[in-house]
Design a protein around this ligand. Structure first.
Ligand code: ADP
Ligand code: DP6
Ligand code: CO
Length: 352
């Protein structure tokens, strides 16, 4: 019994950084993100289950690796729910191509690959865990009992940001006040004249992973307390801007939040420095471009890495891409439109 799915990354415009509860992976603040299209950047995962498999195993990007503790937790939780669901009433139609659910007592093999750099600040944990959770939900027919929002709790336990990749478009991860309420939900699933450009300036693995980095911040940064206090109002303003398709407010808040997040990283002791010279070049480029355009045309945001993600009004996309290609040596530009996609079933693991 085998399920293969693909899942996109999402890039936060109001970022998650800080854990209130490490064990349950509950955040210190809510967050909002945009789920990208899967044209260039995605995770593809295949989960197989049968009684011949002798132990759980994980092959990540072609390499047999130990299953991380938090992945074990996700798998165990979903298996336990699957066992309990056996006695529950079915609420929805399962999207699973399997006629009957796999036996949750059998071991599984997981094969997963990312079509972009892993652990380089491009949210591989988000596409990775959302893909795994979706595969398992179809393997055990859990989608017949649980909503997408309820499933997002399992993704969050694996990696916080991944709960948002279960939805297309603009997505909120609610702060909540318990494991079952700290879950994701859609704000709106499209924004017609918004374009996104992912610029890969460096694809090396980052020195400080998000999980560890944010815990150091919570412990040592005074600025972080100020960030958390301002979050509820910021999230509200951002949500209103998204619903009104108010690009000006959306763009300025996105840039300000990215800057504050990186300021908080620098205020961590010892400091965490994700931005590099190229990143700073992009920041200046965007502000200069907006000044010349006479309006906010483009916004930047940086996750836990130096690679800029640009959000722009689509009427400027051609010009921005042309200019950037002349000015900087970036490895790749990924122009992303049609972002109303999210995790789906595919037939094959594929080759590239
Ligand atoms: P990123 O910025 O890429 O999200 P993180 O430090 O948050 O970096 O997470 C990287 C970790 O996420 C990896 O070390 C691995 O444990 C996990 N991960 C990445 N890709 C996958 C995948 N396809 N399937 C499962 N886990 C993955
Ligand atoms: C900067 O979701 O990778 O990308 O929950 O420990 O797996 P864990 O952390 P992770 O952190 C993402 C941090 C961020 C901002 C964001 O995506 O909101
Ligand atoms: Co991550």
């Amino acid at each position: 019994m085998k399920i293969t799915c693909q899942s996109p990354v999402n890039i936060a415009v109001i970022k998650y950084w800080g854990k209130e509860n490490v064990e349950l992976n509950l955040p210190t603040n809510g967050s909002i993100s945009v789920t990208l299209s899967m044209e260039h950047i995605k995770t593809i995962t295949c989960v197989e289950s049968n009684e011949q498999i002798k132990q759980d195993s994980l092959v990540l990007n072609g390499e047999l690796v130990e299953i991380p503790g938090r992945m074990k937790l996700v798998i165990d939780k979903m298996r336990n729910i699957a066992i309990r669901c056996g006695n529950r009433q079915i609420k929805y139609k399962s999207e699973s191509p399997l006629e009957s659910p796999a036996d949750p007592r059998h071991f599984i093999t997981i094969k997963s690959r990312n079509t972009f750099p892993t652990a380089a600040g491009l949210a591989s944990s988000a596409s990775g865990y959302s893909c795994l959770v979706y595969c398992l939900s179809l393997l055990y027919h859990l989608d017949a009992y649980l909503t997408r929002t309820e499933l997002s709790e399992f993704a969050r336990l694996g990696s916080g940001s991944s709960c948002r990749s279960l939805f297309p478009g603009l997505v909120e991860w609610h702060l909540g006040d318990s494991s079952s309420t700290s879950v994701a939900d859609s704000i709106c699933d499209s924004w017609e004249d918004l374009d996104i450009l992912v610029c890969i300036v460096k694809s090396e693995k980052k020195k400080v992973g998000s999980t560890v980095g944010m815990q150091q911040t919570v412990k040592s940064s005074a600025l972080f307390k100020h960030r958390v206090e301002g979050m509820p109002a910021k999230l509200e303003t951002m949500k209103r801007a998204i619903i009104a398709k108010d690009f000006e407010t959306f763009a300025n808040l996105t840039m300000a939040d990215s800057n504050q997040f990186h300021a908080v990283c620098l205020d961590t002791f010892p400091p965490i420095i994700y931005l590099n010279e190229d990143s700073r070049w992009f920041i200046e480029f965007v502000h200069e471009y907006n000044r010349m355009a006479g309006e906010t045309a483009v916004a930047y945001t940086f996750d836990a890495g130096p690679n800029p993600v640009l959000y722009m009004r689509s009427k400027y996309t051609g010009d921005v891409v042309r200019l950037l290609k002349q000015l900087v040596d970036v490895t790749k530009f990924k122009s992303i439109r049609d972002f109303n996609e999210c995790v789906t079933i595919v037939n094959e693991l594929g080759e590239n």
